[in-house]
Design a binder for this molecule. Structure first.
Ligand SMILES: NC(=O)c1ccc[n+]([C@@H]2O[C@H](COP(=O)([O-])OP(=O)(O)OC[C@H]3O[C@@H](n4cnc5c(N)ncnc54)[C@H](OP(=O)(O)O)[C@@H]3O)[C@@H](O)[C@H]2O)c1
Length: 267
């Protein structure tokens, strides 16, 4: 495909935060962007499609609608996501499953739907919004870390499976970013009145503060766009110098020391 030709791009979770910024950025660069989310939104440059990524049927209909119109899908960005916080012992199992259904199985649903199309057109790119928390486990946000770690390992295997079809995959590891994520996070009430209560409160309020003082979502959008334009996608890409450094340290420091530092920060 011509480097400057308009690509057909799908962004999930495009109704707010990082996804909205990604969708706008790609559209402003000339791509034809379809934004999927449960809420419809107004943006003259983005086609908004109502779709809950946890519903296989809604995903099938949404992708079919795009393919009927465009006949191809060049880039899929699996970005829809949510958070749940609380202790491992007390988090509600249904909340944990709901989060896995969005953060992991949602990406699986959409990817399974587009792979056949990308295979037929002999190429495509899949980019997933992952998190630095997929590598650095965050106490009291452990299940969120687990959803993103699942997404990382799955994407690496996917990369090997679909290489022969000229389809590439990259996970973008994002750190604290200012968005609606903080407000939307489901905080477990089950720690109230338990020995975890005060430590969970402190830990979550630090996380919230860090997110609200975090980067502008446009920084993620810019990195994602740059990656999407590469001829060869790296398996992962981290957003921001500080997070790159943290992940390098994670590789080289003894695990015990790394976990000690994280635990000092969050618990
Ligand atoms: N903010 C951070 O600090 C941070 C750090 C690392 C990674 N991330 C990741 O970045 C991604 C975007 O999050 P954000 O920070 O931009 O948060 P956000 O502002 O809350 O945006 C989340 C997006 O996901 C969509 N979504 C949630 N459930 C969905 C579902 N079932 N089906 C379809 N769409 C759904 C939401 O749209 P609707 O509610 O309209 O469905 C919304 O558009 C997530 O994967 C998150 O894990 C965020």
């Amino acid at each position: 495909m011509n480097k400057n030709a308009s690509r057909v791009v799908i962004v999930t979770g495009a109704s707010s935060g990082i996804g909205r910024e990604i969708a706008k950025y790609f559209a402003n660069k000339g791509d034809k962007v379809y934004g999927l989310a449960r809420r419809l939104f107004d943006d003259e440059k983005i086609v908004s499609i109502q779709c809950d990524v946890t519903s296989k049927e809604q995903v099938r209909i949404a992708i079919q609608q795009i393919v009927d119109k465009e006949k191809r899908i060049d880039v899929l960005i699996n970005n829809a996501g949510c958070g749940v916080s609380g202790s491992i012992e007390n988090c509600d199992i249904d909340d944990i499953k709901d989060m896995f259904n969005v953060n992991f199985f949602g990406a699986v649903n959409v990817t399974q739907e587009v792979l056949g199309i990308m295979r037929e057109q002999k190429g495509g790119k899949i980019i997933n919004t992952s998190s630095v928390a997929s590598i650095i486990p965050i106490p009291f946000q452990s299940y969120y870390s687990a959803t993103k770690a699942s997404l990382d390992i799955w994407a690496k295997a996917l990369r090997m499976e679909i290489k022969l079809f000229n389809i590439q995959v990259c996970n973008i590891l994002v750190g604290d970013t200012k968005s609606n994520f903080t407000l939307s996070r489901k905080k477990s009430n089950n720690d109230k009145g338990t020995p975890y209560e005060s430590i969970v409160e402190k830990s979550i309020s630090k996380m919230e503060k860090d997110e609200q003082n975090g980067k502008d979502p446009i920084t993620v959008a810019k990195v994602m766009y740059k990656v999407s334009r590469k001829k060869k996608l790296p398996p992962t890409k981290t957003v921001g110098g500080m997070y790159k450094l943290i992940l390098i340290l994670e590789k080289f420091l003894p695990q015990k020391l790394m976990l000690f530092i994280v635990s000092k920060l969050y618990s």
